[in-house]
Ligand binder design. Structure first.
Ligand code: ZN
Length: 245
């Protein structure tokens, strides 16, 4: 997608060279289809003729809170020229237009988000798969046990199993230790055979975006960059050196 991201150092403007830049556009003109040479690449190079340009490498995928399937949206990503990091805003107004890119001040900042249990989906799947000998109270108890164990998990320790509908939503496997602790919580409420059913159910649906995987919805913000390029690192170093004294 990002074939070559070019930055004019003097103007701090960027352009993304893609294969589509030099392809002609067709217009209807006085009863005829006209082929127009449309060369956005030449326009950029013409504007910045004689200026020093450099190539940037993307460091992050384009981040947006809109679904992947939404074609007209604003995204943000970070790129580097090898020494400096840039935050880049990418957008377009209509689906026919190429993307516009602009360097903006700041850094992308993510929180780890909150873990969500797929309560309704688990209940529905359990009802679809199991005989009615497992009571509604037992199902509630099982779901409650999942919630209690999920609350204790640090989202940063989880393994992604599938991506959600936006770059900020992901599904995560529950670890084996968590599955075991859920079963231990259920020991007094389910008999041996029922516990085996639960064990198999959890294993079977703990893949991809299965009902036992948990959803994490992250949020992002654009944080200002202070005097240093990597303020977090330098602040951390300061803190460490103070502790050492
Ligand atoms: Zn320029």
């Amino acid at each position: 997608m990002m074939d070559a991201l070019i930055r004019c150092i003097e103007c701090n403007e960027i352009f993304n060279m893609t294969q589509g830049d030099t392809s002609p556009r067709y217009t209807w003109h006085e009863g005829e289809i006209k082929e127009e040479e449309s060369d956005d690449r030449d326009a950029f190079l013409q504007k910045h003729k004689g200026h020093t340009i450099e190539k940037l490498t993307s460091l992050t995928p384009p981040i947006s809170d809109k679904p992947y399937t939404e074609p007209v949206k604003t995204s943000f990503f970070e790129a580097t020229n090898g020494t400096k990091r840039f935050l880049i805003k990418r957008w377009r107004d209509t689906i026919e237009q190429p993307f516009t890119y602009e360097i903006i001040d700041g850094r992308l900042d993510f929180n780890h988000g909150k873990i969500g249990v797929q309560t309704h989906a688990i209940r529905k799947q359990l009802r679809a798969e199991y005989d009615p000998s497992i009571s509604e109270e037992q199902i509630n108890y099982f779901i409650n046990a999942i919630h209690k164990e999920a609350e204790k998990i640090d989202p940063a320790t989880l393994m992604v199993s599938a991506e959600g509908e936006t770059p900020l939503i992901s599904y995560y496997h529950l670890g084996d230790a968590t599955l075991e602790r859920i079963l231990i919580r259920c020991q007094d409420t389910f008999n041996h055979d029922e516990l085996e059913l639960l064990r198999n159910f959890m294993r079977e649906h703990n893949e991809y975006d299965g009902v036992m995987t948990v959803l994490v919805h992250k949020e992002f913000a654009i944080k200002p960059v202070r005097e240093s390029e990597f303020p977090q690192t330098s602040h951390l170093e300061q803190r460490i050196s103070l502790h050492n004294r």
